[in-house]
Design a protein around this ligand. Sequence first.
Ligand code: ATP
Ligand code: FE2
Length: 327
Amino acid sequence: MYCLGIESTAHTFGISIVERYSRKVFSNVRDMFRSESGGLIPVELSEHHVAVWESVLHSAIERAGISLSDISLIAYSRSPGLGHALRIGSIVARCLSLRLGVPLVGVNHCIAHLEVGRVHSGFADPVLLYASGANTQIIALEEGLYRVFGETIDLGVGNFLDSVARFLGLGFPGGPALERLAAEYSGPLLPLPYSVKGMDVSFSGMQTAVRSLLSSHSPQAIAFSVQEHAFALLVEVSERALAHTGKQSLVLGGGVACNQRLSSMCQRMCSVRGVSCFIPDKEFLVDNGAMIALLGIRHAEKNLFIPVSQAGIDPYERTDEVSSLHQ
Ligand code: ATP
Ligand code: FE2
């Protein structure tokens, strides 16, 4: 009994095969749209997804060592994201559901980033730091809802890092390139605005300030200083959410959590507080079909199937509009 999960909210088209009862991931294939300019043009993205979906599907089936007829559930990313990208995933999902005669579930991409960490950590009730391209949120379950305790009030931390990388001519995605540059630097920290407002964070002031450093400082010094400031904001609000809720564990999700510096800062904060910290493997942090399948399996357990005729998309759904599936 396998679930086929389809990720298609932005730059990545991914398909994964996950066994429904053990939740074992049998394959997790991704193909990411890349551009030299560092921009994400919606029409180009959708052309990319249309071009690659079939080969991604075949690889996922082949690597899992199963056949299409072994699939008993299709899950797809229904929200939030770019309409151009979401639509391709939902069409592939509907076609497969009809062709195979199996039920369909549509899931929220942000909750899926968190669900994979929850399943793999085994923690019952963690605080979640979701640090990705478009989103930066500190989330915890409260009274049946995913409550957002703090979030960015402007840019997502990944989009912020990508924009700094673009200023430095590093292309997309910028986060990994900045991490490599930062590791080459051992000089003093450059001063940058540090904006924590209540439980919320802001990156636009730092983004403006970075522009003024470009002509007078090395890319390595800028990358290092940007990482130190941006990640300190995230660790500060995560720690406050742990203190406020009294929860005993932190789980990271989203592509920015691939960063070694962020993960070591989070691990250190958690060990000082005496709480547990879990960071999923990189293939499950960036956009991927496995996280969609894992959340899809939970939807199916709650009988949250959707008819093919209603399997649309919702580009703007917020994390705190999704009711908890964990009761
Ligand atoms: P969202 O989940 O909010 O819709 P997204 O799907 O674009 O956004 P992800 O795929 O989770 O986001 O993550 C992509 C982001 O992660 C990019 O901004 C990329 O630069 C960043 N990223 C990837 N690896 C690293 C790294 N090693 N260090 C910092 N950032 C990284
Ligand atoms: Fe994502």
